[in-house]
Design a protein around this ligand. Structure first.
Ligand SMILES: [Zn+2]
Length: 210
């Protein structure tokens, strides 16, 4: 058995640093969600980060420039804070992963079945990813960062995300890069969520796929 001896100290400085990061993050997500017309989601986004398992692990492995979950994983091989988080927060595609043991689809030998994410959670995921980039990058933030981050993880996550969700994510990451946040959030509010011009949305999504 492998003995894990690394025990990172939890300090007041790390507690305050972590509290500040998650609270600033929540405020940027709130602002983004409000621009999309998602008021309840904006107000309740990531509240589970203040629960003991998420908060104290986040503080103990606080990094400042990247997620503490990444550090927790380096040490233990998994992050208990993340498992708690993704099990409760529908704006993460990981929440929607199911296992269906009788599935024998080619390329899917383990029966991993990603369920389709409802649109309001796809929108909240966009708000969340933009905020994460803004908080971690600060002045160096660039509107293509959300796409860049996704491209780095794509190979790993592509089979874990429902094709419909993946298509919408890629559509909006490209729009963010090309048109910026405000235009994208307005489009999400009016065209994507409210369905003001359904024909336009379906046509543009289809054009993007090709
Ligand atoms: Zn979250």
């Amino acid at each position: 058995m492998v003995e894990i001896t690394i025990k990172e100290k939890i300090t007041l400085k790390k507690i305050l640093g972590h509290f500040s990061t998650i609270t600033r993050h929540r405020h940027v997500v709130m602002r983004n969600c409000f621009k999309m017309g998602l008021f309840r989601q904006g107000l309740t986004h990531d509240l589970s980060k203040y629960s003991p398992v998420e908060f104290f692990n986040g503080a103990r492995y606080y990094q400042g420039n990247r997620s503490p979950n990444a550090r927790e994983r380096e040490i233990y091989g998994f992050s208990s804070a993340w498992l708690h988080h993704k099990g409760r927060n529908k704006h993460h595609f990981e929440y929607w992963i199911d296992i269906y043991k009788t599935t024998k689809a080619p390329g899917n030998p383990y029966g991993i079945v990603p369920a389709r994410m409802p649109d309001k959670y796809v929108a909240e995921m966009i708000a969340d990813r933009v905020a994460a980039n803004i908080i971690y990058k600060g002045d160096a933030y660039d509107p293509w960062d959300t796409m860049r981050y996704y491209e780095r993880e794509k190979e790993i996550v592509v089979n874990l995300i429902h094709p419909d969700t993946l298509n919408k994510m890629e559509f909006f990451f490209a729009m963010l890069g090309e048109q910026g946040e405000d235009a994208t959030f307005k489009y999400i509010r009016e065209i994507f969520l409210k369905g003001k011009d359904k024909g336009r949305w379906e046509r543009e999504l289809e054009e993007h796929r090709n």
